[in-house]
Design a protein around this ligand. Sequence first.
Ligand SMILES: Cc1ncc(COP(=O)(O)O)c(C=O)c1O
Length: 383
Amino acid sequence: MRLSRRAAGAAESATLRLSAELARRRRAGADIVNLLEGEADLPVPEKVKAAASRALAAGRTRYCPSSGLPELRAAIAAKLRHDNGVRASADGVLVTNGAKQAIYTALQTLCDPGDEVIVPSPYWVTFPEAVRLAGAKPVFVPAPGHDLDVDALGRALTSRTKAIILNTPNNPTGAVYSAVVLKDVAELARRRDLFIVADEAYEALVYDGREHVSVASISADAARRTVTVQTFSKTYSMTGLRVGYLAGEPDFVRAAARLHGHMTGNVCTVVQHAAAAALRLGPAYRARLRAVFERRRDLAYAAAGRVFDCLKPRGGFSVFADARRHLGGRFKDSAALSDHLLRRAHVAVVPGSACGMEGRLRISFSHSEKDIKEGFRRIEAAL
Ligand SMILES: Cc1ncc(COP(=O)(O)O)c(C=O)c1O
């Protein structure tokens, strides 16, 4: 069969490939510590589960409007206004199958062949492929630290640049961009008439008393040119339930909804009722969540510091460890090192090369304290 160039050229997600490999090895009996995905081991909150059960029992199992349940879209808009200071209305919200689909749909709505999209690097593995699948070209700008070099972003712009992808809190670096930096990005976008695709999947996971800032909250102009993407996956441990959303100007969202309507129809109705219940949980839930992951971050950062150089993550679910002192000899590169850790030490981590930055390992601390301790013990022993 001759596949389309699009399908033939699409690279498999490195993390999904590694997860499948991990599952295969576990099925074969290997005892592997998973420090791979950004996926909390916490249960779905009881009230959320109960809402899903009630929706199922009440027969809320039909198609619903493809943009999402009206009450969920209204609740998301209220959450964006209240928690994130983003001017949002229900008709400017599209409910999607997770943030991943929201990003895909946003880029499909924005880009034409030949367009360029700025992707700060290292990046979440899906960004470059989502840009390419929209026919556009990812243009990488180094952003390895806690700050984003907005001048470097500016230098990467051409007449073909359509959008900037902004991921804060950042996967993999753990950076949380300040309002000052976001203001500069918003100003750059205004001057060069660009869109911003703001991936805020980890917005609830910021540490040391920091606050997440949404770029769409910076100004009315920033709100008009930003597509804000958030998800229930990370905040409510609902990864497998697949629900997230994009929010932006109603005209943009209506265009995105036209594509969404053909690509998938509505997100599972039962899950949307669960998502609405999640939004009713309130600030105490989020404070507890932050405390759990701040402890795990501390544990992982301290353990990583024994064998790698790394910046202390300020948000998100991963330590992005500089492993260069272990490379060049026994291990050619980060892929060889992560392969060794999986085969010999039985710990699964992501090679930095999959995130666009050689010499690093992305090590997730979204897993239990026991797994974090054991995983790093094995890594230390293997090096
Ligand atoms: C930065 C970032 N965006 C989006 C996602 C995907 O989230 P969802 O499960 O909502 O599709 C992830 C998941 O790892 C992520 O790290």
